[in-house]
Ligand binder design. Structure first.
Ligand code: ADP
Length: 265
């Protein structure tokens, strides 16, 4: 009797061991697939600006250097390509850190309105180049304190505002609003009246490197990681991010945050 029980325990254990190993192997396979996919995407993303830069350098070496006007023009374009490469590498750095360091967020209490104002200031020039106005939907008289990782939320608001400028209408507006939700939450909304996104893309725009317009002809292309970074940060806060949009009418990205306990801090 004891022997049978022991045998059964042993079989159970072997089965469990095999199952665990299988899960481990499956996980490794998925990770390997993901790694290959990621590396493939990264080299693809780097190739376009690299070839652009090389193109201008070769044209300069081919004789364009002799022409003062062309020289300046091509050097400026090459520089744009290098800038683009720097953005991509910075975003890759960010997403790698977010994925490997996991959930480590530095929570503190801060006024989210003040944070938005800071980002407005930093992006003022960029918006002005497209005659886009960055504004609050109404005059907020009192601060709205939230508890979150200030630096990371600044990154979220920056990415959403940069997109609203990139995909925004010339002479358009980007509006930010912060509203109280039930319980201890606020919702931050970033609304633009730009090109919008059709519904079939909603599920995928938060994926790394996913773009609605793949033509690559877009002059202001980013890294394709902006929204993936946003989603990562919001989920690491245990909060939610939403998108609502109508093609050719505009988009609204919104996310929730936890209200600070001492609202009058
Ligand atoms: P990208 O570097 O391409 O902007 P993102 O991850 O920030 O990468 O955005 C992914 C895609 O989602 C964009 O390529 C664009 O097609 C779409 N998108 C993001 N924000 C907006 C917006 N405010 N209006 C219209 N389309 C947007």
């Amino acid at each position: 009797r004891t022997v049978t029980t022991d045998m059964r325990t042993l079989t159970d254990e072997i089965e469990k061991f095999a199952k665990d190993k299988k899960i481990e192997i499956d996980t490794l396979k998925i990770r390997e697939e993901y790694r290959k996919d990621f590396l493939g995407n990264v080299s693809h993303e780097l190739k376009t600006p690299l070839f652009t830069v090389q193109g201008y350098v070769l044209t300069l070496l081919d004789g364009a250097m002799e022409d003062k006007v062309l020289r300046k023009k091509y050097l400026q374009r090459a520089n744009k390509g290098v800038e683009r490469l720097i953005y991509i590498v910075q975003d890759l750095d960010l997403i790698t850190k977010l994925e490997t360091e996991g959930q480590r967020m530095n929570f503190e209490d801060f006024d989210v309105l003040e944070l938005v104002r800071n980002v407005f200031e930093l992006l003022e020039m960029k918006a002005a180049r497209k005659d886009i106005i960055l504004t609050f939907d109404r005059e907020y008289k009192k601060p709205i304190y939230v508890r979150a990782d200030r630096e990371k939320i600044q990154q979220v608001i920056t990415n959403l505002l940069v997109n609203s400028i990139k995909y925004g209408e010339r002479n358009g507006t980007t509006e930010v609003s912060v509203e109280n939700l039930i319980k201890n939450k606020v919702i931050v909304r970033v609304t633009d009246n730009g090109e919008g996104i059709s519904e079939q893309h909603f599920g995928r725009i938060f994926e790394r490197f996913y773009r609605v317009d793949k033509s690559g002809s877009r002059t202001e292309g980013g890294s394709g990681l902006g929204l993936a970074i946003v989603k990562h940060i919001i989920e690491a806060h245990d909060e939610k991010i939403y998108v609502e949009s109508v093609r050719d009418a505009g988009s609204e990205f919104s996310f929730t945050l936890e209200k600070s306990h001492h609202t009058t801090a």
